[in-house]
Design a protein around this ligand. Sequence first.
Ligand SMILES: Cc1ncc(COP(=O)(O)O)c(C=O)c1O
Length: 376
Amino acid sequence: MNVLQSGPYHIEDTSHILSPGLVIFADIVEQNILEMVRIAKDAGRLRPHCKTHKMSEVVKLQLQHGIAKHKCATFAEAEMLADAGIEDIMLAYNPVGPHVPRCVQFAQEYPKVHFSVTADHEKPLTELNDSCVAAQIKMEVLLDVDTGLHRTGTPITSKEALRLYELLVDLPGIVPGGLHLYDGQNHQVDLVDRKAAVDVAYGDACNLAKQLDQHGWPVPRLVVGGTGSFPIFADFDDDRLELSPGTSVFHDTGYKSNFPDLDFNPASVLITRVVSRCHDDRLTLDAGNKSVASDPPFGTRLFFPDLPDAEHIIHNEEHLVLKTDQAVNYQPGDVLLGIPRHACPTSALHRTADVVRGGKVVEQWTVTARDRKINI
Ligand SMILES: Cc1ncc(COP(=O)(O)O)c(C=O)c1O
């Protein structure tokens, strides 16, 4: 038996866990889901983004807690959600090119699903309308608005936002679905600063919605927020709000340090083994950059609760070299647990994850939507 006790993480026997391996602590996932619902005040106000986990078992756990509306970024995620029993799916990624007919195909293959997408430009919007008209269906589209991330979205205070929304209303194959606002720029560590920024974004969304209301154009929902901002949006008494955190269900060390006010805990970790101790102050692990998200800066990608002093020296495809005074206490084959800085791309690097409950590996979950395409 190889017992692992690392910080709060306990596994009775790691001997059969292949490394580098993704391990999900299901009890922590459930605590994170409960915390999401507590913050939202009602599970019906949540529309979490599934990009973080991409796994139907996580979706089913969320469903058990009353979270029935979901958000995604790819058709594979949409299919994974639909196959897991979700009947309200929003593709929050403006469809272009061959993804336009894929929208129609998805709607036809999953007629029971209320499927919506986003748009921020006339060209793909009219293409989508033409495809819908040809297929004799109608599709709900939310206007994607920009509140400062400057990634996608029509500037929220622009006249163009009104013009595009009018187009949503006028196009015969389109049903206007409201506004989509992802404020990923609101990562202020200080809650007071974050709250001030979210207040401005929400105020702008309300102003725009009010103008749309005055034209008599339906604005059924405002889909807003990520992990750091949804608790702030949750405090507004507004029936149209749908809150869309993603990372919180797994959480990671990036958000743990960025949002000290939040009570979510990292639930997905990497099990890695020492493969070499070529120097007394070095440990080489099998946690290469093909097993852990490498978009965070070098040196921060994995945190080891048992080696808080570890300095990252080399990070190659299959190797992570650490410099630590504790290296002499380890030998090849020893297991270490690392917590990713960024959970979401880490999930996508693994086909399956071992799932731990009560200290035991009890099952494996498939990361179904890591592929770009499943059937559609
Ligand atoms: C459109 C959209 N909505 C929601 C989220 C969830 O944000 P977070 O991961 O900060 O919870 C993301 C994250 O990338 C996103 O791109």
